[in-house]
Ligand binder design. Structure first.
Ligand SMILES: [Zn+2]
Length: 391
C-alpha cells in the first residue's frame, strides 16, 4: 500500500503541475501552486497518519479530468482493479464516463475498463450492457466478445454463446471448435432431458461437425439412442467414445453393458471387452471381465485373472477386487483379516479423485466438461486408481 501511495505522490504533484502549466498566469508559479495546494497536504497528512485509503481518495480527486489526465485515470483505475480494489476502480471509471469531454476512443476505453471492473465484481448484468454497447459502436470488439462469452457461459445461455463464438471466429479468424462443440452438446443435453430426441440428434451432429473428435457428443448420442431403445446404434456411439479417447472407457462401460444385455448379446460384449483388453490392459475393462469370468467359470478363475493383472500393474481397485473374490471362501481369522483390508482399502479409494483436469491439475469427484478451476473445456479426464495404475 505504501509503495502504491509513493507512486501516487508524483502523480498528484504532476496533476497540480499540469493544471498550472495550462494557465499562462500560473505557469511560473507551478511549483509553489502545488506546494500551496491544501488538498496535496491533506493527502500527505493522511499518508503520514497511516490512513492510506483516505490519502488515495484525496490524490485521485486532485487529478482533474481532462484530455491530458484521462490516461492517468485509466491507469489508476486499472491498477486498483488489479489490486482487487474493485469499488474504487468502478468509481474512477464511472467518473470518467460521466465526462462529456471524452473523445470516442477515450470513452470506449473507459467503457471496456468499467466492464472489466463489473466482471471482477460479479456484476454481470451491468458488464453485459457495457460490452454490448462496445459492439454497437464497433470498439474493442474482441475483448467485449470474450467477456460476453464468459457472462453467457455463467448464465448457461448456450445459444448466445454460439452467437458470440461465430462473431469471434469471424473477427479473429481463429476457430473455436472445442467450445463450439460443447455449446451444441449443452443444448443437446437440454433437448434430451425434454425428450426431444430428434432435436438432440441434430444438435449432436452439429457438435461433431464442429469437432469430429468430440467425445461428449458421441457419449450423449449413445444415451439418446439408448433412451429410444435403439441399442445397436447406442453401442456404436459408445464404442466411438472409446475409440476417440480410451480414458473415457470407464464412463461408457456401464451403458455398453446395459445395451448388450438388452440385445441379449453377452457373447458380443465379452468379445469386445477382450479385444479392448488385448489392446490396452485398462483396469476398468479388467474389472468387468473378471465379473463376467466369475459368472461363467467361478471364483477361482476370476481370482487368477485378477492376480495376473496385479503381477503386472499396481491398482487399488484390483486389490479390492481380489479381496472381494477371496474373502467369500475365507473362514475364521482370515475372514476377519480380509474384512479389515476391505474396509481400509475402501477408505483409501474414497479419498481418490475420480477426475482430473489436464490443464490445471484440479481434482474433482464428478465429470465436468468445463473445468471449474481453469474454465477450459474438454480438459477433465477420468482417472481410475493410483498414479501407477494402468487406467
Ligand atoms: Zn482446469
Amino acid at each position: 500500500m505504501v509503495e502504491f501511495l509513493l507512486l501516487l505522490l508524483p502523480v498528484a504533484a504532476a496533476s497540480g503541475w499540469l493544471a498550472a502549466k495550462r494557465s499562462d498566469k500560473r505557469q511560473e508559479a507551478a511549483v509553489s501552486e502545488r506546494e500551496q495546494n491544501p488538498a496535496y497536504f491533506k493527502g500527505l497528512n493522511y499518508l503520514l497518519n497511516e490512513q492510506p485509503d483516505k490519502a488515495i481518495d484525496v490524490f485521485v480527486q486532485m487529478l482533474e479530468i481532462d484530455n491530458e489526465t484521462v490516461e492517468t485515470h485509466l491507469a489508476l483505475g486499472n491498477l486498483f482493479r488489479r489490486r482487487g480494489e474493485v469499488e474504487r476502480a468502478i468509481r474512477i471509471h464511472q467518473n470518467l464516463i460521466a465526462r462529456p469531454t471524452l473523445d470516442r476512443t477515450q470513452r470506449a476505453q473507459a467503457l471496456l475498463e468499467l466492464g472489466q471492473d463489473y466482471m471482477r465484481a460479479g456484476l454481470f448484468d451491468r458488464a453485459e450492457n457495457l460490452f454490448v454497447e462496445l459492439l454497437e459502436i464497433n470498439q474493442h470488439e474482441v475483448p467485449a466478445l470474450q467477456n460476453l462469452r464468459i457472462i453467457y457461459q455463467q448464465e448457461k445461455d448456450w445459444a448466445k454463446c454460439l452467437d458470440i463464438i461465430f462473431k469471434l471466429e469471424e473477427i479473429t479468424g481463429e476457430p473455436l471448435s472445442t467450445e463450439c462443440a460443447h455449446y451444441y452438446c449443452e443444448l443437446a443435453v437440454i433437448a434430451r432431458k425434454e425428450l426431444n430426441y430428434t432435436q438432440a440428434a441434430q444438435l449432436l451432429k452439429k457438435a461433431q461437425e464442429s469437432d469430429d473428435n468430440c467425445v461428449r457428443a458421441a457419449l450423449v448420442q449413445g444415451k439418446v439412442d439408448a433412451a429410444q431403445e435403439n441399442y445397436q446404434a447406442a453401442i456404436k456411439s459408445f464404442k466411438q467414445v472409446v475409440q476417440q479417447d480410451p480414458a473415457f472407457v470407464s464412463e461408457v462401460l456401464p451403458f455398453l453393458i446395459q445395451c448388450y444385455i438388452k440385445l441379449n448379446q453377452r457373447d458380443k460384449l465379452i468379445a469386445y471387452l477382450q479385444q479392448l483388453y488385448q489392446q490396452q490392459k485398462r483396469i476398468a475393462v479388467m474389472l468387468v471381465l473378471s465379473e463376467l469370468l466369475q459368472e461363467d467359470k467361478g471364483d477361482q478363475a476370476a481370482v487368477e485373472f485378477v492376480a495376473d493383472y496385479l503381477h503386472e500393474y499396481s491398482s487399488l481397485d484390483g486389490v479390492q477386487k481380489l479381496i472381494d473374490l477371496s474373502r467369500k471362501s475365507a473362514k475364521g481369522s482370515l475372514a476377519d483379516t480380509f474384512s479389515i483390508l476391505h474396509e481400509q482399502i475402501s477408505k483409501l479409494m474414497e479419498k481418490r479423485p475420480a477426475y482430473q483436469c489436464k490443464q490445471c491439475g484440479l481434482e474433482v469427484k464428478t465429470l465436468h466438461w468445463q473445468c471449474p478451476g481453469c474454465s477450459s473445456w474438454n480438459s477433465i479426464k477420468p482417472v481410475l486408481g493410483l498414479d501407477n495404475d494402468n487406467n
